[in-house]
Design a protein around this ligand. Sequence first.
Ligand SMILES: [Zn+2]
Ligand SMILES: [Zn+2]
Length: 470
Amino acid sequence: MEVLLLGTGAADGWPNPWCTCRSCAWARRDPARARTHTSALLDGTLLLDCGPDVPRQADRAGVGLAGVQAVLLTHGHWDHADPAAVLTRAWAGRRPPLAVHGPASALARLTEWRAPHATDGSDGLTLVPLGPDDEVEVVGYRVRALGAAHTAGSAPEKVGAEAVLYDITAPDGARLLYATDTGPLPAATLDAVSGRAYDLVLLDETFGTITDHGTGHLDLATFPHALAELRRRGALTPATEVIAVHLGHHNPPGPELERILAAWGARAVPDLASVQVRTGPDPVPAAAARHHRPQRELVLGGARSGKSHYAEQRLAAVPDVTYVATSGARPDDREWAARIARHRARRPASWHTAETSDLAPVLAQAPAGSAVLVDCLTLWLTAVLDETQAWDGPDGNDVVERRIAELVAALATTAAQVVLVSNEVGSGVVPAYASGRLFQDRLGELNTRIAAVCDEVTLVVAGRPVRLGG
Ligand SMILES: [Zn+2]
Ligand SMILES: [Zn+2]
């Protein structure tokens, strides 16, 4: 199956023509970066969604729409179902059959602009209402409609009832999940896609860094969790190609967005990109090869630099994550407890938490395909120095050295994906007390030795990640 992405943008496109934010300014610098209404054309035959930008995009791609035999509409929002397409088709004198499938409210929009003489069917147009769980054969493609978390009507009872996603199997067997526009996928939809092992998933990621939008869309916080849910159910495999669509200007500029998506095994493609979807067992999955995901990553930063948030984001699309809190319990410290509770609330409920300073066994036992987040090495080192009473003299040095060597060895040989968080210290004045100097020196050494076995080292400053050393 060939999938031509006619558009990959949100309703207002990206750039939003009225906006001067840094993402819009970045996009405006090169016309090729412009993103128009999300739509895909399968094998030149089956069109998914038809917003106002779509007909012109089809011409820019050099194919036009004359070969389209059927259209699937996800819902009736104007950026997905533009009635003018029906009118301009009539002006072209087209008569061959064209079946448009979609929720009744989306189809109703098209009839407004249907040529008056053509309602008898002489324009070849057939409108076929479709709702969640309906299955139809459309010009050789097997199509199943799934419920979206998106509302096309304003009445509360219509929430989710009139917007659908599409599970499509092409004549050649390739499987596609077309999932725009939607918020976190409804339980019934997740059940319906279990075990589907899609070859390609096009998934909504409208709102970028805005997470309190309260709309039926995904953002950079909920998008990776949707991927984790799909992976947990076998709807995604390591060979699945995942492309973020319906992208709006609340996303960071392209290169930053690319790096965030790559960590989740997803990517963005420009408008008019063509994706050849291959199916069947593939010894070197193209998608996996393209997304180089570091297996071991050290994330450094100062206090409140955003390092923990960055580290959590890196693993947000992994279905099986163990979060290792190295701090231990501090029953008497209320400020500390509140801080821990805040961090815990931010993490997905599906993550397991382990409170321990015994890191080496955790890393050794974590299976391939799972991930471990260690937050943080600074508190781990504090715990080790406490346990060995190495603060006051050289007596504990050998034990500290052994614990560090064990950790480095476990990290170098673990089967899991690991992200470790640590503090970057030592840039300020030399501490006045011997214990402070000891800790600063030990932590600097520890960070250096951990970094030496990591595939990637990132310094987070003011919330911005800086990759160190290539
Ligand atoms: Zn939309
Ligand atoms: Zn919409």
